[in-house]
Design a protein around this ligand. Structure first.
Ligand code: NAD
Ligand code: AKB
Length: 315
């Protein structure tokens, strides 16, 4: 059985990925960790350790003492927060990954590290964005993501570390709020629809972005880590997507369930600039071919489930 360490487990993805891993591999085989001690209680249903991923010695001893063989590295400063503090973005995003890769090289761990649609930029084809294409992002988040993809590839080819990863689109979820990204509006719109029946969107009409519902994001991470390594030609940056929409389309989908819902706009120029530099829709056929990726949720199914869960949660 795998022995797993999830680093950055208290964020939007880790809060749901960690329990999913515990269900599959057993609670005693999955340690959650984060810099933030104030975490969703669900993470403390198994072992939770508070530590700074920039502390390599601590990471090394944690991995060694617990016979960890697989690390899910979810530590990141996301795009909007990163633009407000580029130095912190470089230090955290690349520092944590560098430590994870070095510890994994020394102790023989497999590594999952997500990249993002943020790894693309204005010179990338916006529609049906290919797996292998131009990557010149204009955000510091994107710069750290491209560097991370390359570092993971380097550790695989140079040192034989089993590194794997996907380029996630914006993730939509209902357990832990997102942590400072550009795609956060696609989560906030659901909370505001249930709470106030209206939403002021910070990205403009016509801003198309790839998105994915959390159950598919979790499935992608686990399926890729379970995939036959001999079939993987692209190890670290698989395009994965489930849907592409703009604010008008998601608002119309919510209105089908809540006819009184309304939306207006107050565009955040910083976030809009970031969103404008990202793909409208990615081509994820390589992930489908190499490890059988296929999402379960489209816009209609995700919307129905989000509203059902949040109605219960927020009542
Ligand atoms: P998040 O911001 O919600 O969570 C990141 C976690 O890392 C937080 O709990 C934070 O406390 C922790 N952290 C920060 N600095 C740390 C440190 N020094 N030591 C230990 N922990 C530290 O992020 P997320 O949305 O869960 O994203 C996880 C990964 O997926 C990231 O690599 C992100 O770039 C990627 N991703 C996320 C999305 C998305 O929409 N959520 C989309 C594309 C890619
Ligand atoms: C962000 O908006 O920064 C993230 C991402 C798509 O990487 N949600």
């Amino acid at each position: 059985m795998k022995k797993i360490l999830v680093i950055g487990s208290a964020g939007q993805i880790g809060t749901e990925l960690t329990p999913a891993l515990r269900n599959i591999y057993g609670s005693g085989n999955v340690i959650a960790s984060d810099l933030n001690p104030d975490v969703n209680p669900i993470l403390k249903e198994g072992r939770f350790i508070c530590f700074d991923a920039l502390d390599r010695e601590k990471m090394y001893s944690l991995v060694k003492e617990n016979n960890i063989d697989t690390i899910y590295n979810l530590v990141a400063i996301l795009s909007a927060t990163g633009e407000a503090n580029p130095q912190m973005s470089i230090k955290v995003n690349l520092g944590a990954l560098n430590n994870v890769l070095e510890v994994s090289r020394e102790l023989g761990c497999s590594v999952f590290t997500p990249s993002s649609i943020g790894a693309f930029g204005e010179s990338t084809p916006f529609d049906n964005t290919p797996q292998d294409t131009i990557q010149r992002p204009s955000t510091i988040y994107g710069v750290t993501k491209v560097a991370g993809e390359l570092l993971c590839d380097y550790y695989a080819t140079r040192f034989g570390v089993d590194t794997r990863g996907v380029r996630y689109p914006g993730i939509i979820s209902n357990v832990q709020l997102p942590g400072g990204g550009t795609t956060d509006y696609a989560v906030e719109i659901f909370y505001e629809a249930i709470k106030n029946m209206k939403y002021t969107c910070n990205l403009g009409a016509g801003t198309f972005l790839d998105m994915m519902y959390m159950p598919d994001a979790i499935k992608a991470a686990i399926d890729l880590m379970e995939a036959d390594p001999t079939k993987l030609k692209h190890r670290n940056a698989f395009n994965v997507t489930a849907m592409s929409f703009d604010p008008e389309i998601i608002a119309a989908e919510i209105k089908k369930h809540l006819p009184e819902f309304s939306m207006d706009y107050d565009v955040d120029s910083g976030k809009q600039k970031i969103a404008n530099s990202w793909p409208n829709s990615m081509d994820d056929s390589v992930a489908r071919e190499e490890w059988g990726w296929k999402p379960d949720y489209n816009l209609a199914k995700m919307t129905e489930d989000m509203l059902k869960v949040l109605k219960e949660k927020l009542k």
